[in-house]
Design a binder for this molecule. Structure first.
Ligand code: ATP
Ligand code: MG
Length: 414
């Protein structure tokens, strides 16, 4: 007898962590009469042989049904069908199979409908490579040939690209960020649809765009993704970058793959030739970056300005601190086209040899100065402290109370 195997049930791969630890959860759901699978990015990355951070699980059980099965749960997004199940100290996001009814205004669906069909759940997913499910034995359910897309390194929508981008315009940015992260290319019709529907991105919340852009900026093929932004004109619909074609064109020439996210933001701003902190602030605020991150980027840019003028002085190293030195020097090397780890190591060694790394390490206080000089406190105290600090950093004075006192009294006599 011939056994019929549906086209989309494909071979089993030996399962690895973190899937293995999550298998008991799938078993529990199945024992209670439901279906449960690994889905989404974790399955894709597993097939690609990439490291997997967290597994996404999809099930036919509704959130309420899940809560009856698992003793410890947290409501993280119950209205979208997602709950967090705690097992052995690990949190697993489990989401009910869903269909998304009626997209309004080119963004998130107005209503989420819980369904019992895995295939329909896979159908609402963005790209074929992201629409593969894996059961607890490692068997793959792949109705849209996502494995072939993965093998051929192709990003293609599930269904007609045009319609899928009209439902949720963020998917266009997701396509481009996957170019950066996975070094895949966008399939021709999907690419064409991105080029035609970029304007719909204006409807999308900045926070969602920012999350995708951050992944785009830090992927290993970031310059390939910049090419796609240019080719499709999608950059025209990114906050603060609408008129900045030249920035992306310039970016293509910098070997920027060594840079982290904040360094990449700083590079973009440098290329956009924003010169004042206000211009930078305005730009980063458009992207709704957290204040702390904006400060960090501004600080890297301030040290970059100094570094572009001259080599690191001991005082610059002291003011910047280890992390800022590293960021600034990496960025400087990218901009100047001379990438040399040995130079960075030498600079960091100079920093490590500084006699003090921060003001709190000074062996003298403002009160000491007031007592020794017998003068009432005032702005002079701070100025003098800075002067002492500089002398110590430049090895002209020892960071010892007695030595500082002697130097001070001697200066005061002259
Ligand atoms: P990453 O590795 O960056 O987390 P991911 O593919 O897992 O990539 P997520 O944002 O975590 O991306 O989404 C999980 C899954 O949910 C995706 O793989 C995809 O199946 C589906 N998905 C996410 N966003 C969308 C969207 N806008 N439209 C349709 N499906 C989506
Ligand atoms: Mg994910």
């Amino acid at each position: 007898m011939k056994i019929f195997i549906p086209r989309f049930w494909i071979k089993v791969k030996p399962m690895l962590e973190p899937f293995v630890s999550a298998v008991p959860l799938l078993e529990k759901l199945e024992n209670a009469g439901f279906e449960a699978y690994f889905v989404g990015g974790s399955v894709r990355d597993f097939l690609l042989g990439k490291p997997i951070n967290d597994v996404d699980i999809a099930t036919s059980a509704t959130p309420l049904e899940m809560k009856r099965i698992f003793p410890k749960t947290v409501d993280v997004g119950i209205e979208h069908g997602t709950i967090l199940v705690l097992a052995n100290g690990i949190g697993y996001e489990i989401t009910t199979f869903r269909a998304e009814a009626e997209y309004v205004d080119y963004r998130k669906p107005k209503q989420v409908i819980f369904i019992r069909s895995l295939i329909k759940d896979l159908k609402r997913r963005d790209f074929t490579m992201n629409a593969i499910a894996m059961d607890r034995h490692g068997k793959l359910i792949d109705p849209f040939n996502g494995q072939i897309a993965i093998k051929q390194k192709r990003i293609e929508t599930v269904g007609k690209a045009k319609e899928r981008f009209q439902e949720d315009a963020l998917r266009m940015m997701r396509a481009v960020r996957f170019v950066s992260q996975l070094s895949f290319s966008v399939e021709a019709k999907t690419l064409q649809a991105v080029a035609e529907h970029g304007y719909l991105l204006e409807k999308i919340a900045v926070e969602r765009k920012q999350a995708e852009f951050a992944k785009l900026l830090t992927g290993s093929s970031r310059r390939e993704s910049v090419k796609v932004l240019l080719e499709t004109n999608l950059y025209r619909f990114l906050p603060g970058l609408q008129q900045q074609r030249a920035v992306f064109e310039k970016l293509l020439h910098f070997r920027c793959e060594t840079l982290n996210l904040n360094e990449m933001w700083a590079l973009l701003i440098h290329l956009a030739e924003y010169n004042t902190a206000k211009e930078t602030d305005d730009f980063l605020r458009k992207w709704k970056l957290p204040v702390k991150q904006i400060k960090e980027i501004n600080s890297i840019l301030a040290f970059l300005k100094i570094r572009l003028k001259h080599d690191w002085t001991s005082y610059d190293l002291y003011c910047a601190g280890r992390n800022k030195i590293e960021s600034t020097e990496k960025l400087f090397q990218v901009i100047s086209g001379v990438q040399d780890d040995a130079v960075l190591t030498q600079i960091l060694a100079r920093y490590l040899q500084l006699p003090i790394k921060e003001r709190s390490q000074l062996n003298v206080t403002g009160q000491n100065l007031i007592d020794w000089l017998k003068k009432p406190g005032g702005p002079w105290v701070r100025k003098l402290i800075e002067q002492i600090e500089l002398k110590i950093i430049e090895n002209e004075l020892k960071n010892e109370k007695q030595a500082i006192k002697e130097w001070l009294l001697k200066c005061n006599q002259n």
